[in-house]
Design a protein around this ligand. Sequence first.
Ligand code: TXA
Ligand code: MG
Length: 338
Amino acid sequence: MKTLMLSAGEIEKAAGIIKNGGLVAMPTETVYGLAANAFDGKAVAGIFKAKGRPMDNPLIVHISALSQIDELVSEFPEKAKILAEKFWPGPLTIILPKSDRVPDEVSAGLDTVAVRFPSHPAARKLISLSMPLAAPSANLSGSPSPTNAKHVMDDMDGRIDAVIDGGECDVGLESTVITLASDRPRLLRPGGITAEQLREAIGELDIDEAVTKPLAKDAKAASPGMKYKHYSPKANVILIDGDEEYFIEYVNSHAKDGTAALCCDEDLGKLKVPCISLGARGDDKAHAHTLFAALRKADENGCKIVYARCPGTQGVGLAVYNRIIRAAGFEIIHAAEE
Ligand code: TXA
Ligand code: MG
């Protein structure tokens, strides 16, 4: 199939493709999503095929008006209303008990549905010209999520009907996922809306173990996506847990052909290997914005080993940490162990 590259002025055309059961990659403020009619099980099955995604990994349904939530969920509890009021439209996904209208292909057989109201104007227009859209990130399963239209084409050319080019994504990492379908609110995936912001809005919040730790082989994932190898570039990513000086010293003493570093602006010029900067030191938002593009760039450059500094876990840093430790397959070198 030929994949059309559409401009932001051609969203009506994209809506037509969706209404005919097709697949369209759309920009959102987090990452690009691969969208299909959320009520059409057959169209949704096409998403899994195009991505090579395991069928037991459920999808997020995207809405463009709060009123659309009624046909998706069977309950809309007070805490969900508070979160929706405070953070929607924006990079937050809320898991709630699902209605009968949501096909099994979307929920992967679970009795819950993940709902998100994105803020990106192109995504909102596409939804309002069609219907609620099921959309995972628009990458091949296992690779880093796409943060621009070229990344989408690199993975999906020939596999989907169209891509809407909306430029670079603002946040750069996928949405924060919280479940309100369990006894206590639980953070399943950190993102642009932080755990601190969620606690301020609704009080107590558990953080799922899988956010920072590898899942034990026989454990059941609260969020099925967490159990799969994720965000993995082809290069071997290794995290260094130590201060600035230790990082520079470690990288320079392990420098060889095919080695590169993900670093901060301040490190540029101090490292003896090719560097890709994630932004100024301590600027977690910049690091989130750049991380996936940097991982893709490392592959484009043919890097074999990529050293990166282990981020902190406060604020948006927790989201960067969650993605980068997965990209590294949980391989961390601790300064104290040397
Ligand atoms: O920012 C985002 O969330 C992007 C854009 C396109 O909106 N989408 C995205 O979708 O990241 P995806 O499919 O790559 O990640 C969705 C995550 C997966 O880990 C999935 O297992 C989890 O949310 N999820 C979806 N529905 C769920 C449910 N009912 N219960 C538990 N986890 C769920
Ligand atoms: Mg994904």
